[in-house]
Design a protein around this ligand. Structure first.
Ligand SMILES: [Zn+2]
Ligand SMILES: [Zn+2]
Length: 192
């Protein structure tokens, strides 16, 4: 694993700017990896990260872990929380790490000599111990075969729209094999 400042340089490049979310995300991922015995996060595909937010910190978690949607090693769980769960698929060890609310107030108190809130948070999140920034808990994770990295398990065609569906995402209804869109989960409205 690299050190915090090396990861922050990389995170800034990857994300496009430096922000408190980069610091929290980098530290969250470093902590998570350490807790499940992963010293070299980017080696192989044994690390899976379940990210609970689609904001700044998510990019930082990607920077440290190398977990990506396209490798099936990054899973998005849209809970709107600054939290992530890290799973070592070799040992099945997993830990969920969440940023604590009190760190904002702590940043304001301890770094009141810095005028901007952003600067206060950047300094606090770089220097405070993990215990002041996060809570974490060992958890049990089940990763279904259809969610694992590797070749697609199967591929079928939707009986309604004819589009291909990988990895058992199809829905069986009244004897029909449907994609999730045709089964009612369409997130877009066709025009014309
Ligand atoms: Zn940002
Ligand atoms: Zn369909």
């Amino acid at each position: 694993m690299k050190n915090l400042s090396e990861y922050l340089t990389e995170a800034e490049r990857n994300h496009g700017h430096m922000c408190p979310g980069q610091v929290l995300g980098v530290r969250m991922a470093m902590l998570g990896c350490r807790l499940i015995g992963i010293e070299e996060p980017k080696v192989g595909k044994r690390l899976i990260a379940f990210v609970e937010i689609d904001r700044c910190a998510a990019d930082a978690i990607n920077t440290v872990t190398g977990c990506r949607l396209g490798k099936r090693t990054l899973k998005f769980r849209d809970f709107g929380k600054l939290a992530a769960t890290f799973l070592n698929t070799e040992t099945n060890e997993a830990v969920r790490v969440v940023a604590v609310e009190s760190s904002r107030e702590l940043a304001r108190q301890l770094f009141s000599h810095l005028s901007a809130k952003k600067e206060q948070q950047l300094e606090a999140y770089k220097t405070l111990p993990d215990e002041d920034l996060f809570r974490w808990q060992r958890v049990r994770m089940h990763l279904p075969d259809a969610d694992k990295p590797g070749h697609p398990l199967n591929r079928v065609m939707c009986d309604e729209c004819g589009e291909g569906i990988n990895d058992h995402r199809e829905v069986l209804r009244d004897g029909q094999m449907l994609c999730r869109a045709c089964a009612g989960e369409r997130y877009y409205q066709p025009i014309n």
